[in-house]
Design a protein around this ligand. Structure first.
Ligand code: NI
Ligand code: MN
Length: 231
């Protein structure tokens, strides 16, 4: 039977999830991303999830939302920032969720910051978050930019995670050793690493992460930008 959900990696932390009911784009940093597997002007989607306001996540979200008419889902302050630019938005609070046409999105805790550049320095736009996405009976956890946190253990105990996307690049987020510990707590069926090798500061060998997670019996798939998996 053909799988109902395909997940395409578009580079850095950008993924395009296609379900029978909708296309959901996460953290669309394509313009200026040396690893981008698509052009912002070519991406089609119905919903855009943005984990936080940093340019390597918020990226092309507003321009894509304007062109496609997609609804942007984000934490309150970030959603209103996008809404002020003429985008259709759905503001949520961390821990809160909502049912959409394709399934459910819940915002999860991420330990990081969330800012856009203002005239005299960074301006904070609410808390950074991750996403727990429930579609067609599958549960996807997109961690966003975050440190390792005990909250992940709670997710592992309470949710049956089919796919986890975890940052491994170190420097701005958890590195591979902590990400392997995150896998142990989250207990996902499959993990895909993200947020590495896009820039000089986050160069790592993802094979190390594959081995570390493998020691605990967990499967990791290193996706090349442009590659897809089905759930
Ligand atoms: Ni960030
Ligand atoms: Mn980032």
């Amino acid at each position: 039977m053909k799988s109902a959900i395909s997940v395409q990696y578009l580079g850095h932390s950008c993924f395009l999830i296609a379900t029978p009911k909708a296309k959901i784009l996460i953290d669309p940093f394509l313009t200026g991303n040396p690893k981008a597997a698509a052009k912002a002007e070519d991406v089609e989607c119905d919903f855009i999830l943005v984990s936080h306001a940093h340019a390597d996540h918020y990226g092309d979200a507003v321009s894509i939302a304007k062109r496609t008419g997609a609804t942007l889902i984000a934490v309150y302050e970030l959603a209103l920032h996008a809404g002020a630019q003429g985008v259709k938005v759905e503001p949520l609070g961390c821990g809160g969720g909502k049912d959409f046409s394709f399934g459910r999105v819940q915002l999860t805790i991420a330990h990081h910051t969330s800012s856009v550049d203002g005239p005299s320095g960074p301006v904070m736009l609410g808390s950074p978050v991750g996403f727990l996405i429930r579609i067609e009976g599958k549960t996807i956890y997109f961690a966003g930019d975050t440190a390792l946190t005990m909250d992940m253990q709670l997710l592992g105990e309470r949710k049956q995670i089919d796919l986890a996307m975890l940052p491994i690049g170190d420097h701005f987020t958890m590195g591979m050793e902590d990400a392997a510990e995150a896998v142990r707590m989250l207990k996902p069926k499959l993990t895909v690493p993200m947020h590495y090798n896009t820039f000089e500061a986050i160069q790592v060998d993802p094979g190390v992460f594959v081995r570390e997670a493998g020691k605990h019996g967990y499967q990791v798939e290193v996706m090349q930008p442009g590659a897809s998996i089905t759930l």
